[in-house]
Ligand binder design. Structure first.
Ligand code: IPM
Ligand code: MN
Length: 356
């Protein structure tokens, strides 16, 4: 029995996780495994009902499950709350920390039927397949912050903290990933300015002899941002700290056509966290316009990394490919001569091709 905590959250979160759950149920039936789903409140939805964006019951529900499927959190309604009550900083970040999921895998792979949907030329992105390994529970996201009045203005301090062990464990995930893929690891830092990056680079170099088959490259983050749009296929695995990874993974997502396509898996703790990398998109919430593919592919990553159900995971990936090849598109990836479908129709189509 595979226990899944589902945290739909805010904005488009509920509508995309609904489709992912539908697909999981269909996959369970087809591949003969059992799932048990418990839903819990998170983000603005939890704050509105309980005054806390991450209620204790939700944390317990996650810790009592094998994996967590997360939708999205946040929206203008909660923007003015202090940081610790905001859906992002008050729920998603502490949840990642509590689950101990320090390595965030964000694959950016182009589905060839969508090569034309990328904002980059087909000849630049066709065949693109890279993986960002983002550190997820440290860095400036979790460092101490202060804000105070000094003379007649405000002064803030945010701190970027990393220890050797925090860096080493995520860099190892990067190396292991490179070993399984095309054996090229790009470590991204800002070693010309930041002390944390100098330490990061030293650690990468000190681990390198253990992975002789992996070719290592160090790249400054500004150059990496440029290289990603100049020649993204030079990359295989990118490993980097939390905030650089946040930014570079959005950029990588857009290379594939839409941020609505990119799943993620956060691993390293006892309970894995699976979430699309896009946010809650409040502007299109509730309109049936959201692309559920990132959530569906996150569910596939859950089957693969969380449960070791590789065949079922591959079948979901393949079903998504077939739906796209057959010409169905949500609004964000719509092109001329394709057929536009809404959120739940897209989920139904994935299930249809799963059975085909
Ligand atoms: C992401 C998101 C989050 C992050 C936000 C919502 C806190 O942008 O998962 O990339 O910055 O980590
Ligand atoms: Mn982000």
């Amino acid at each position: 029995m595979h226990k899944i905590a589902v945290l739909p959250g805010d904005g488009v979160g509920p509508e995309i996780t609904r489709e992912a759950v539908k697909v999981l149920k269909a996959a369970a039936e087809k591949f003969d495994f059992e799932i048990e789903i418990s839903e819990a409140l998170v983000g603005g939805a939890a704050y509105d009902q309980t005054g806390n964006p991450l209620p204790k019951e939700t944390v317990d529900c996650c810790l009592n499950s094998d994996v967590v499927l997360f939708g999205a959190v946040g929206g203008p309604k909660w923007d003015d709350l202090p940081l610790y009550l905001r859906p992002e900083a008050g729920a998603l970040l502490p949840l990642r920390k509590k689950l101990g999921v320090y390595a965030n895998l964000r694959p950016a792979k182009i589905f060839s039927p969508l090569a034309g949907a990328s904002s980059l030329k087909d000849e630049i992105v066709n065949g693109l397949d890279l993986m960002v390994v983002r550190e997820l529970t440290g860095g400036v996201y979790f460092g101490q912050k202060t804000r105070e009045n000094v003379k007649d203005e405000q002064k803030v301090i945010e701190t970027l903290e990393y220890s050797t062990s925090e860096i080493e464990r995520v860099v190892r995930v990067g190396f292991d990933m490179a070993v399984k893929r095309n054996k090229k690891l790009t470590s991204v830092d800002k070693a010309n300015v930041l002390e944390s990056s100098r330490l990061w680079r030293e650690i990468v170099n000190s681990l390198a002899p253990e992975y002789p088959q992996v070719e290592i490259q160090h790249m400054l983050v500004d150059n990496c941002a440029m290289q990603l749009v100049r020649d993204p296929r030079q990359f295989d695995v990118i490993v980097t700290e939390n905030m650089f990874g946040d930014i570079l993974s959005d950029q990588s997502a857009q290379l594939t056509g839409s941020i609505g396509m990119l799943p993620s898996a956060s691993i390293g703790g006892s309970t894995g966290l699976y979430e699309p990398i896009h946010g809650s998109a409040p502007d299109i919430a509730g309109k049936g316009k959201a692309n559920p593919i990132a959530a569906v592919l996150s569910a596939a990553m859950m089957l693969r990394h969380g449960f070791g159900l590789d065949k079922a995971a591959q079948a979901v990936d393949d079903a998504v490919y077939s739906v796209l090849e057959a010409g169905y598109r949500t609004a964000d990836i719509m092109e001329k001569d394709k057929q536009e479908v809404n959120t739940s129709q897209m989920g139904d189509l994935v299930i249809k091709y799963l059975d085909a």
